[in-house]
Ligand binder design. Structure first.
Ligand code: NAP
Length: 289
């Protein structure tokens, strides 16, 4: 298959390029052009005529999205619209990458993982703009996969964030005598090679629609940090704090764990546990043997 990937130098994009190397991959980065520019998107699609387009490109800075709502909607919503329109015009399937942050805005605190059949209610401009991108993809490209994932960590690190959470905690544990980490936001950490491998399987099928793909299990940022340091053999103490004690500009969901319900309905293998994924990440990066 010919597969066009946007955000190809990003955290997920880089692992998708590696995982899909047996296909003809067309990697696009922001240096090639901007997904908000429809003429660029259309030109690329007409020139390469891919069978599948995977749109990982996004404005991923959650706080900055609140400050720059226009940019958030331009990239995350209209960028996805451009990819969907172009995909439909050339008869390609579209894989639109989305996020657990489309959830978490309900008044009642959720305590069980969200399935693909739950109605999303975002609590931030980032989540709302990504949800608008999902809607465009769904309505404008008939053969679409909306892939929702969560708290990504991969070797390339999030370009937009200057690294990923695992790297940040490893660095801070060396710089500080104690870490204080939020314990009241629950989610499912996900290793980008595991996500890329499952996307590779899905695009070989016609199981279109919304699919949640995260590593199995859920934890808080505090619990994630404790496990990171434990596996890396670092003894820096970690203290749990509340979101109120660590104010951030944009609200984060208190609970956004995703149930990979569709994968179960489709009889696809369960995703590896996040602790196992973390171990493989630390090995890949050479932190442990
Ligand atoms: N990171 C997470 O924890 C997380 C969780 C759930 C879902 N997701 C979703 O997963 C996807 C991939 O995230 P990631 O962590 O791999 O992010 P990333 O490393 O920041 O990759 C995003 C890529 O998109 C590019 N990009 C940004 N704006 C663009 C534009 N207007 N036109 C073309 N390219 C543009 C970025 O380039 P520059 O960096 O050079 O601007 C970067 O290469 C995103 O759709 C995100 O919403 C991420």
């Amino acid at each position: 298959m010919k597969i066009l990937i946007t955000g190809a130098d990003g955290q997920l994009g880089a692992d998708l390029c590696k995982t899909l190397k047996n296909h003809k991959v067309i990697p696009l980065t922001i240096a090639d052009g901007d997904i908000t520019d429809f003429s660029f998107v259309k030109k690329q699609c007409l020139a390469h005529k891919p069978d599948v387009i995977i749109n990982t490109a996004a404005y991923v800075l959650v706080d900055a999205c609140g400050d720059n709502r226009d940019l958030a909607y331009q990239v995350n919503a209209l960028g996805a619209r451009n990819m969907a329109v172009a995909a439909e015009q050339i008869g390609a399937a579209l894989v639109q990458i989305s996020t657990d942050y489309v959830f978490g805005g309900e008044e009642k605190l959720r305590t069980t993982p969200y399935t693909e059949f739950d109605v999303p209610v975002p609590c931030s401009a980032y989540g709302a703009s990504k949800l608008a991108g999902e809607d465009y993809a769904r309505h404008l490209c008939r053969r679409h996969f909306i892939i929702r994932s969560s708290a990504l960590f991969g070797a390339a690190g999030a370009m937009g964030k200057g690294g990923n959470f695992v790297e940040t905690m490893l660095r801070m544990a060396k710089e500080r005598t104690e870490l204080r980490v939020v314990n009241d936001q629950i989610f499912s950490p996900t290793y980008t090679p595991d996500l890329a491998a499952r996307i590779a399987q899905l695009i070989d099928t016609q199981y279109y629609g919304i699919v949640h793909i995260t590593n199995s299990g859920a934890c808080s940022w505090y619990e994630f940090t404790v496990e990171i340091l434990k596996q890396a053999g670092i003894k820096t103490p970690v203290a749990p704090i509340t979101s109120d004690q660590y104010p951030q500009k944009a609200k984060r969901p208190a609970y956004s764990a995703l149930d990979n319900y569709q994968l179960r309905l489709l009889n696809m293998a369960a995703m590896p546990a996040w602790q196992d994924a973390l171990k493989r990440y630390l090995i890949e990066k050479g932190y442990i043997a």
